[in-house]
Structures are given as structure tokens and as C-alpha cells.
Design a protein. Structure first.
Length: 1036
């Protein structure tokens, strides 16, 4: 059976999830039951929180069950007494801690990636493939390759692109070949496109073939030409009938005839807009045609001829116009759709070449593999079997993720196992990322027959005033949205949104009042009102760290941060920690740019101010960056140390890029120009947190400020993939396809009208959900700030005409008075509504806080108790790590000392590198300062001795631990290879133990590899460093 738990904001979702997980552990009879339970969340933070909660509660139950809120759930329903509960929890906790990797609480993406790894052979990838999060960079590179590969032999493609350019120029539109193709390519590789193709049942290889697109273009041109010709004729007929009646345009009211005349002569390329609604109303009422000076006799004589031609003209703006407008929309994108087949082919080849998979595509690939398969097959491939599933935040699940989970859930239910699905449609705000709230709202219960629904109806987070406000506001505004949508769509009996919010009313656990304030002011005053709200909360006893400012987008967050910083308010926001904001990183990138293009005058100017020696060659981007950083450190060590966080993050970016794309400098610089990575913002003490509403989901704060609420609009037009039904039209013979369409109110005059109404409804739900998430984060108080509505709107509200709005600032204003808030008009013209009062205590316990849960007394547990239960087993693999006199590591073990000295040598190209290599060993924690001094003295002497034998020459090309791939595919890694200017190869392996024959064999193999590479003069030796003994294996 599947239990569906609907958990509104602040209702204790994590608490109940953890309790259910522990209950399954207790009820299952097998000892290692946790190995067969999978809990799935959507973020790493939520994963950590759930793991922490489960382990914490098990610890409390094992230590003192009476301290746990869960005890009453398990006694006597599962255990007869505290002692048996305690023993069971103790055993499970011990098992899980010693088998922690089998404790399966995972993000949904991680789980699917682990599953997909088991099918690497089926998908044609190496098992070592990497997951690529930046799909856009792969798309851009694919388009670049398509364009770069064009030759004179590709006549069809070149002609297609030429026609595209000419068409756009004729239309008077901007034409930028590469950027247009990249934009379309990104859309073609989007999740939305994949879902639309699947829904339409389209076959892309047919739909986007040159043949079909050519057929579509021909059909669209025919439709456009026929409509324009027919409309022009109809308009001329109207004008002729007016002339035949002996009338002039001036004889008609409201420029009636002039409105028709502009359709009589249509210029090629113009997209025709329909006449105004006023025109159509007037055309149906003959009394509105003529000016008053025209006699009745003239009117009566004119009506018949004009009326017939006018009706024919107006009829053109019915079905013919909808087909015409649809044809103009589709025609405009056919050329760019022509790259689809090439894009898919190039994209797949690129992923195989780089041995990567896009995280978006991996879900689709997994679905194709397991579609129609049963769960045992999947488990057989993965080697793990799960009986119970706990799915968190189910409203954020995408349809493809649901399709991949479905066989596992069906298998679990068929065996009589329990599963739990937790979610809240009201908090579904990730539709742009593929989530589908209909899965939780409707389909789950339809697909899975054995379900039991429960609702968590108590708010444990917020104070009473906040809960009461949200209860009333969202119940009312959801009904308003139903009514607004019904008027637009013509569906008067529409109740979808109010049904979603049918469970919005919550009970309140807190007895505190709390405060809700809403300020409406001129838009340019909103930043000041944010500052006023902060100061008011501070005056009421709140600290800056108790406050959070939520925004609709990062641009608004950056504006607020800049303003508050200028006012002396400390803030924490991810936007302040952009890697590119580091001066050290910018200097480093300038040096890289100069190396790539010495003619770059800007980079050259910056480099000229630094005393940096550039390397003659480099073997990896990471190594090059580290070399340049060492050079920079010589000049300004203070700056490097101060910005080490940024530098380390930049090096991570370099490493991630080069792992997939190789070590090409120009390619990396192009990639770096296209991204703007940020460092996760650390806790900065007493500072105001600024974040987007989407990032705030799952969090709570003492005092929430939500400005620019007018940015939460009801609808925002944008591009969407649609598939119209062309049956019975000149396009009916073309293959079924999907098209990239801007859906707006004008879409009602096209064959995309149903798509527009569907998107309109979804955006209504999206935006009321954004409001719900934002207004349910506060524990003690919240202050909402919005633009003051127009005078006309305020007058309509004050006259009782509420329920009509286009954004949520207007929605709040229209409902504020009716929600029991006190209204005050301020001196600066702002209007403020308030309910409740500032709390006296800001340090109330957070129900979901993880920071305090381990503040408890720990008892002493013996490592190996008298009962024989071993908690610690000693491994003999590090037998020499400790010496008998208590020393450890390098001081105790000659073997470990050799490993450390070997690592130091691997970082030395010439003698001058010795100090830096030793410092690195200290920083890495391998040796202490005393051992560092001894290592420096030893290696300084040994290297000087080796220099006398011809080693460590700065004039040679030097390769430290560089991999060589043999003909058998095996990797070989000599410790040091030097190639002299006259192409003599000198190979040496460092050894720190006893001399063995295998050492010589190994080095001899290295020499053979270099001979196979074409080097005729090869010298190879083993160097026993401690006694400074060099044994030649191959002589020149």
C-alpha cells in the first residue's frame, strides 16, 4: 500500500518521514532492514537533514527513549516496554553506523545515476562516464561543429542556410546565424521539448527532415498567400460597395472605412493583425456606421450592399485568420528547425567522445532502457533490492522521473510492502525544471489503486497571526484565480486552483501572536522600505541573523544587497561570492588570455604590470594555473592568501572543465566567458540573508521581508513547444511535429489557443504557489512590500469591486482590508496594513533546526564490551604506522617516510622547486616542520648530487609521473623523464627501500615504450635515494 501524506508548510514533514523510516526498521524482522529501504529527496540539503534526523532519533531511542517524541508511537504498538525499544534501537544504530554506505537516503538524481551506471553497456558508454551538468556548453559545441564541418559538398545545407538568411532579411529581422542556431538548439535539447514530442507522438527524424520542413514551408507560404489575396479582395469589395453607394470615408463614424482600407493593399512580408474589438462590435450594429448628418433614406439604401461585403470581410478573421497566423508563426522557425537531425547526431557523438552524459538526457535514456521492464530485472542489474520507498517533495517530481520510479513502486506494492509519498501541491514551484504537480494532485491515486491519503493540518512553525493571515488570504485568492481564469477561458465552472488550496487552512500550534505587515508604496521607495523594515525589526529585538529577504529573482536580490551594504547593513547572498569578482582570479585569467593571444592589448596591459615569467610549455591547464599562481604569489602573497577561497573554486572549475574537454587553453577561455559561477555562501554571523523564493523552499526564518511582490505576476508570456492539429488544412499531409511558439493573449487568434489557456492555468498555479512558499517561511513575523496600485484600481477596491488583479501586489491590496489588517496612511504616501505585534522573544526553538540536536550528554561506550560485541577491529594493513615508543607516521615508519619523500620529488622539476614542494607536504599534513627540515636537507644534497650526473637540468623537457599508454591499453607511469634538446631520453624511478630485481624490469619496460615512440637514444636507471645509488638499466 502507498500512503500519501499531504504536508502543508511547517506541518512537520521531516519529522513524520523520519518516524516512518524508523517504524519500518522496527517492524521488519530482518536485522539489516535499512539495506532495503530507500528514502528519496530532491536536494542535498534535504538529504542531509533527513539522515541527521533519523540518526539522531535512533541515538535518543537507544540512549534514553523517554527523551524522544517518537516513543509513544512505538510503545506499545511495536514494543511492550522501553527496554526492548532501547535494545532494538541500539542494535540498529550500531549496524547502520558500521554499514553507513547502505543507509540509502538519496537525491532522486543520484539514485537514477547509480541505476544508470549499471546499464552503461546498454547505453554504449564506458562505466567511467561523467555526468555533465552544463548541457548548454555541449549544445554550443555541437552547433560549432556543425558549422565548422560544412563544405562545398553540403550544397543542400548551405542552400537551406542561405534561404534562411534571405528570408529573415526580407522580413526586416536581425540575422545572426550562429546565435540563432544556438538558441534553437538549446530549445531542441530541453526537457520541455522532449515531453512535447512524446505527448504529440511525433517522430523527430520525420518531423525535422529537410523533406518535411520543405513541405511545411511550401504549405505555409500557400496559406499566407491565399489569405492575403482573399482578405485584400474582401477589403476592396467593402470599399467598392461604399463607393457604389455614393459615400465617402468621411460619412462613416470612428474611421470605420479607414480600418478596412489598410487591408486592401497588403505589402509582402507584413504580418497582418486583426481589427479591434470595437470595429467588430460596430460592424454588427448598422446604427453605428454613419455620422448623424446622413439621412435615413441614404442609410437604408446603402445597408444591403455594404452589409454583405462587410460580413464577408469580417468572416476572414475567423478560422481563415487563425490558420494564417499559425502559418506565419511556424514559417518563421522552419529554417532553424532544420538543424535538429544534425544536432542530435553531433550531440550524441560529442557525449561519447568526451565520455559524458547530460543529466537531463540520462533520465530519458534510463526510461528507454527500463520501459516495460519489471523491477527484478532492474534490481538484478543494480545489485540492490529495495522493498520500501519513501518519496519526499513529490510535487517536484517530473513525469519522466515518475515513469522511471513506477515499476519499482508497483513491485513493492505487489509484495505487500509499505511506501510513503509526501508532498504538497501548494509548494510546487519548479515546473520550469520539469516538475508536474498533477502527479501528486491527481494521477498517483489513479495509477496506484492501493492508496491511503492523510493530511498534516497543524502548523508547528509560524505564530498565530501569520497562520491566520495565510489561511484567509490563500483561500480567498485561490477562488479569485478560478474566477479570473473562467472569464478568460469561457469555462465558468472552473475550480481547479481552489481545489488545490482546499487544505490550505491550518491549525496553529504556537500561542504567540507574531506580526504581519504589508506596505504599498511607489516603486522607487521599495528599497528604503526594506531598510525601514529591518530597522523596525531590530528595534523590536530581532538580530540581523534572524532576518531573511526573499526576492523573485537574483537581479532584485543584487539591487537590495547593494543598497543595504551602502547603508551599513551586513548581508549574505550568493550573488556577492561570484568567482569572477576576485582580483586574483581576474589577473590569472588575464595571463591565460595573454598566453593564448599575445595581441590582446587589454590582457597585455594587465600582464605588463606584473613581474611574471611565463612557462615555455605546459601539460595540463591545472598545472599551468598552479604555476602562474606561484609566480603571482612571489609578487603579492597577501592577495593570494586573502582570496584563497576564490582561487580554489576557480581551480575546481579548471579541473572539471579539463577532465571532460581536455587541456585546450582557448576552449577553456571561451567556456569561462560564458559562465558566471558562484561560491556557496557561508554563514557570516549577524547578517541579513538574501535569497530567491525558490532557494528558500524548505527553510524558515524568524523575520521575513518580501519586497517587489508586484514582480509575482499572474502570467508572463514565453516560448513553449506546441503541436497543433492540422487535419483538413493544407498542412494536414505533413508529419506530426512540435513548434516553438510564444504564447500570449494574441495566441487566442491562432491554432495555439488551447495551448495558451493550458499555460495560463499552469502559470496561475505556479505564481500563487510562489506566494505561498514565500509567505510561509516566517516563524515570528513578516513584512511584505509592494508597489502601490493605481488610483483607478484603489477606487475599484474601495467601492467593493475586488477579485480583479494582474499581479499579487494588487491581489494583496484588494484583500488586505477584508483580512482583518489595520490600515494606516503614512506621511510619504505609502499605505500600510498591520496585524498582530512584534514578538518579545526571538530565540524560540526551531522545530527543524539541525544545529542543536547533538547538544546532549554522551555516555561512555566500551569499544569491545564484555558481551563480546566488537565495536572496533584493528586493520593490519598499516602495521608500521605507530612505533613502539609512541611515534607515528613519518617518524615511526621508513615505508611512510619513503612515500612522503617520493611525493615531494614528484613535484620538483629543478632544484629551485624543492622549497615549494616541501611546503606543500607540510600544508597537506604529511610531515611536520621538523620532518620538513630533515627532508629539505636530505633531498637538497641528493638532488645536487644528481645534477652532477646530468639530472634536473632546466634545459631539458621534464615529465614528472606522466602516464604512457602501452599497445595493450595499460597505463605506465615513470617517476621522471627528461628529454634533452638533442632528443636523448633519460628515465629514472625513485626507490626508498631495498634493491629488488623487479625495479630494473619495471624501468626497462619504460625504456622499451620510449623506443617504440621513436626515440633511439634512451637511458634508464633506478635511483635509490637514501644511499644515493644510481643503477643503470639501459645505457645510451
Amino acid at each position: 500500500m502507498i500512503q500519501i501524506m499531504k504536508a502543508s508548510a511547517g506541518s512537520g514533514k521531516t519529522y513524520n518521514l523520519a518516524r516512518k523510516y524508523i517504524e519500518l526498521l522496527f517492524r521488519k524482522k530482518e536485522r539489516y532492514a535499512y539495506r532495503h529501504i530507500l528514502a528519496v529527496t530532491f536536494t542535498n540539503k534535504a538529504t542531509d537533514e533527513m539522515k541527521t534526523r533519523i540518526m539522531h532519533e535512533l541515538f535518543v531511542l537507544a540512549d534514553n527513549p523517554g527523551d524522544s517524541d517518537y516513543m509513544d508511537y512505538f510503545i506499545p504498538s511495536v514494543f511492550p516496554d522501553e527496554e526492548s525499544l532501547k535494545n532494538a534501537a541500539d542494535q540498529i544504530l550500531c549496524d547502520m553506523l558500521h554499514d553507513y554506505s547502505a543507509f540509502s537516503v538519496s537525491t532522486i538524481d543520484r539514485f537514477f545515476q547509480q541505476t544508470l551506471k549499471a546499464f552503461s553497456r546498454e547505453i554504449g558508454q564506458f562505466a567511467s562516464y561523467q555526468v555533465e551538468l552544463d548541457k548548454d556548453s555541449l549544445v554550443v559545441e555541437s552547433v560549432d561543429r556543425i558549422l565548422d564541418s560544412l563544405t562545398e559538398k553540403d550544397r543542400d545545407k548551405l542552400q537551406w542556410l542561405t534561404d534562411s538568411a534571405m528570408d529573415r532579411i526580407e522580413q526586416g529581422n536581425r540575422y545572426a546565424l550562429e546565435s540563432d542556431l544556438v538558441e534553437m538548439a538549446k530549445r531542441l535539447k530541453s526537457d520541455e521539448h522532449r515531453a512535447a514530442v512524446e505527448k504529440a507522438g511525433a517522430v523527430e527524424s520525420e518531423a525535422y527532415s529537410m523533406e518535411n520542413l520543405g513541405k511545411m514551408r511550401k504549405g505555409c507560404l500557400s496559406i499566407i498567400k491565399d489569405f492575403e489575396s482573399s482578405l485584400s479582395l474582401a477589403a476592396r469589395n467593402v470599399l467598392q460597395s461604399v463607393s457604389d453607394a455614393g459615400l465617402e470615408p468621411e460619412d462613416f463614424r470612428n474611421h470605420f472605412v479607414s480600418a478596412v482600407s489598410r487591408y486592401a493593399d497588403i505589402r509582402r512580408g507584413d504580418v497582418l493583425k486583426r481589427p479591434t474589438d470595437t470595429f467588430f462590435r460596430n460592424s454588427m450594429d448598422r446604427d453605428r456606421w454613419f455620422v448623424k448628418s446622413k439621412s435615413k433614406a441614404v442609410r437604408d439604401a446603402s445597408y444591403p450592399g455594404i452589409e454583405i461585403s462587410l460580413q464577408e470581410f469580417c468572416s476572414m478573421f475567423g478560422a481563415p485568420y487563425r490558420l494564417y497566423r499559425t502559418a506565419t508563426i511556424i514559417k518563421a522557425q522552419l529554417y532553424n528547425l532544420g538543424i535538429a537531425s544534425e544536432l542530435y547526431r553531433e550531440f550524441d557523438a560529442l557525449m561519447k567522445e568526451k565520455n559524458v552524459l547530460s543529466i537531463d538526457d540520462s533520465n530519458t535514456i534510463l526510461k528507454d532502457i527500463i520501459s516495460g521492464s519489471d523491477a527484478p530485472f532492474i534490481y538484478e542489474k543494480t545489485g540492490v533490492r529495495y522493498d520500501n520507498f519513501l518519496l519526499d517533495e513529490f510535487q517536484d517530481t517530473s513525469r519522466i522521473q515518475w515513469d522511471n520510479f513506477l515499476p519499482l513502486l508497483k513491485e513493492s506494492v505487489s509484495k505487500g510492502c509499505e511506501c510513503l509519498v509526501v508532498g504538497d501541491v501548494k509548494q510546487s514551484i519548479y515546473r520550469w525544471r520539469g516538475s508536474d504537480w498533477n502527479l501528486l494532485g491527481k494521477e498517483l491515486q489513479q495509477v496506484m489503486q492501493e492508496t491511503e491519503v492523510s493530511t498534516l493540518d497543524t502548523n508547528f512553525r509560524s505564530c498565530r497571526t501569520i497562520v491566520d493571515f495565510n489561511n484567509r488570504f490563500f483561500r480567498s485568492v485561490s477562488e479569485d484565480l478560478d474566477r479570473i481564469y473562467g472569464e478568460v477561458s469561457g469555462c465558468r465552472d472552473f475550480h481547479e486552483i481552489s481545489q488545490i488550496y482546499s487544505d490550505v487552512v491550518q491549525k496553529c500550534r504556537s500561542e504567540e501572536s507574531g506580526i504581519v505587515s504589508i506596505t504599498f508604496c511607489d516603486k522607487e521607495m521599495e528599497l528604503q522600505k526594506v531598510l525601514d523594515a529591518i530597522m523596525e525589526a531590530r528595534a523590536g529585538g530581532a538580530s540581523l541573523k534572524d532576518m531573511a529577504i526573499l526576492v523573485r529573482n537574483s537581479i532584485s536580490g543584487a539591487r537590495i544587497a547593494e543598497f543595504l551594504i551602502a547603508e551599513g547593513i551586513k548581508v549574505v547572498t550568493d550573488d556577492t561570492l561570484k568567482i569572477k569578482s576576485s582580483a586574483s582570479v581576474r589577473r590569472l585569467v588575464s595571463m591565460l588570455s595573454y598566453m593564448d593571444n599575445p595581441a590582446d592589448s587589454i590582457s597585455g596591459y594587465m600582464v605588463s604590470s606584473m613581474q611574471v615569467a611565463f612557462p615555455d610549455e605546459y601539460h595540463s591547464l591545472t598545472g599551468l594555473c598552479e604555476y602562474l599562481l606561484r609566480e603571482m604569489q612571489k609578487e603579492d602573497a597577501g592577495m593570494i592568501d586573502a582570496e584563497i577561497l576564490y582561487i580554489q573554486s576557480f581551480l575546481d572549475q579548471v579541473s572539471d572543465y579539463s577532465r571532460i574537454n581536455g587541456n585546450g587553453l582557448r576552449g577553456f577561455l571561451k567556456y569561462w566567458d560564458s559562465v558566471d559561477p558562484a561560491i556557496a555562501s557561508p554563514d557570516a554571523g549577524d547578517s541579513v540573508r538574501i535569497m530567491t523564493v525558490h532557494k528558500s523552499k524548505g527553510l524558515d526564518f524568524g523575520y521575513v521581508i518580501f519586497p517587489f511582490v508586484e514582480d509575482v505576476t499572474l502570467y508572463k508570456h514565453g516560448r513553449h513547444w506546441c503541436s497543433p492539429d492540422f487535419s483538413g488544412t493544407p498542412l494536414g499531409d505533413a508529419a506530426r511535429s512540435v513548434y516553438d511558439v510564444v504564447l500570449s493573449s494574441e495566441s487566442t487568434d491562432t491554432m495555439f489557443a488551447d495551448d495558451y489557456l493550458d499555460e495560463l492555468q499552469k502559470q496561475y498555479v505556479d505564481n500563487i504557489n510562489v506566494m505561498y512558499v514565500a509567505l510561509t517561511r516566517a516563524r515570528k513575523g513578516m513584512h511584505i512590500i509592494g508597489e502601490l496600485p493605481s488610483d483607478k484600481f484603489r477606487e475599484s477596491v474601495e467601492s467593493g469591486m475586488t477579485g480583479k488583479f494582474s499581479d499579487f501586489s494588487q491581489a494583496l491590496f484588494s484583500h488586505a482590508a477584508g483580512l482583518g489588517l489595520e490600515r494606516n496612511e503614512e506621511e510619504d504616501g505609502a499605505i500600510r496594513f498591520t496585524a498582530g505585534q512584534m514578538p518579545d522573544n526571538w530565540t524560540g526553538k526551531r522545530d527543524n533546526a539541525a544545529s542543536d540536536i547533538w547538544k546532549m550528554s554522551f555516555k561512555s561506550w566500551p569499544l569491545n564490551s564484555a558481551t563480546g560485541k566488537q565495536r572496533l577491529v584493528v586493520s593490519r594493513s598499516l602495521y608500521d604506522f605507530f612505533s613502539e615508543d609512541g611515534e607515528a607516521g613519518v617518524k615511526a615508519s621508513s615505508r611512510i617516510r619513503g612515500i612522503v619523500l617520493h611525493e615531494i620529488l614528484s613535484g620538483i622539476r629543478v632544484l629551485e622547486d624543492l622549497d615549494m614542494a616541501v611546503k606543500k607536504a607540510v600544508m597537506d599534513g604529511n610531515i611536520d616542520s621538523e620532518a620538513a627540515r630533515e627532508a629539505r636537507e636530505l633531498l637538497n644534497g641528493r638532488i645536487r648530487s644528481a645534477i652532477g650526473r646530468g639530472w634536473f637540468s632546466p634545459g631539458n623537457r621534464i615529465y614528472n609521473e606522466a602516464d604512457i599508454i602501452g599497445s595493450d591499453g595499460m597505463l605506465h607511469r615513470p617517476d621522471r623523464v627528461e628529454i634533452t634538446p638533442d632528443n636523448q631520453v633519460r628515465i629514472v624511478d625513485y626507490k626508498f627501500g631495498r634493491s629488488e630485481e623487479s625495479h630494473k624490469v619495471q624501468v626497462s619496460e619504460y625504456a622499451d615504450l620510449y623506443r617504440k615512440m621513436g626515440y633511439s637514444e634512451v637511458y634508464a636507471a633506478v635511483w635509490y635515494v637514501i644511499p644515493d645509488e644510481e643503477i643503470s638499466v639501459c645505457r645510451l
